[in-house]
Design a protein around this ligand. Structure first.
Ligand code: PEP
Length: 248
């Protein structure tokens, strides 16, 4: 089926007013009629700056997390209404760094995805196995369990969600899954989505984990890879632009 690929940058905890301006200027000046959808998921303090810089561009704004709660005494958290105030379209949910360093469980990830969807923000739900899980032959079991947690959200169809397969061992390590390894897991996820909804082919299934300018084309050519969630390489405008052009 013909759907646009999505290339989303995850800046993580990087950037400054000056660096963000230079990076977005570089990306916007190099964008020529992109064939894919594009987003940058920026640190929360820079949402206002990036919203202004992206206002007339095709690049959409994303957040890196969202609170599962509506509002109130949750020091340090950012609500979905706050993200909406800055024109945020996407929120990464359940990134492995949140699962690992902030103890986010599948239930928390589902609550966050639910909260985002209920307020018109598309969650980019991350799933992926650790190296130990892969070596123990548990990749399929782990990603299926993580996806199952968000597959039946109250009143929402999974087709409203973007899913990112991010093998934890490939994130920020320079060790990319081979296109075949990535496709194998994407096919498992697609089959699970197909069992849940007739809309499964519409769902964007992104790959993330050391995707870069050199390997993007091969990864994005796989039948079930519908885009990329890109960390390190999204901080360099030339590399991000090359990945965007590979996603035609
Ligand atoms: C990520 O953080 O989502 C990611 C994929 O990072 P990197 O591209 O740096 O591996």
């Amino acid at each position: 089926m013909n759907k646009k690929k999505l290339i989303a940058g995850n800046w993580k905890m990087n950037g400054s007013l000056a660096a963000n301006q230079a990076l977005l200027k570089g990306i916007l000046s190099g964008l020529k009629d992109p064939a894919c959808a594009i987003a940058v998921c920026v640190p929360a303090p820079y949402l206002a700056q990036c919203q202004a810089l992206l206002a007339t561009s095709p690049v959409e704004l994303g957040a890196q997390d969202v609170s599962q709660h509506e509002l109130g005494a949750y020091t340090g958290e950012v609500s979905v209404a706050m993200l909406k105030d800055f024109g945020v379209r996407y929120a990464i949910v359940g990134h492995s760094e949140r699962r690992q360093y902030h103890g986010e469980t599948d239930a928390v990830v589902a609550a966050k995805a639910q909260r985002a969807l209920a307020n018109g923000i598309t969650p980019i739900v991350c799933v992926g196995e650790t190296l130990a899980e892969r070596e123990a032959g548990k990749t399929e079991e782990v990603v299926k369990r993580q996806l199952a947690a968000v597959i039946h959200l109250n009143g929402h169809c999974i087709s409203e969600v973007v899913v990112a397969y991010e093998p934890v061992w490939a994130i920020g390590t320079g060790k990319t899954a081979t296109p075949e390894q990535a496709q194998e897991v994407h096919a498992v996820l697609r089959a699970q989505l197909k069992a849940a909804t007739a809309q499964a082919d519409r769902i964007q299934l992104l790959y993330g984990g050391s995707m870069n300018a050199a390997n993007a084309a091969q990864l994005l050519a796989q039948p079930d890879i519908d885009g990329g969630l890109i960390g390190g390489a999204s901080l360099k405008s030339a590399d991000f632009l090359t990945i965007i052009s590979a996603a035609a």
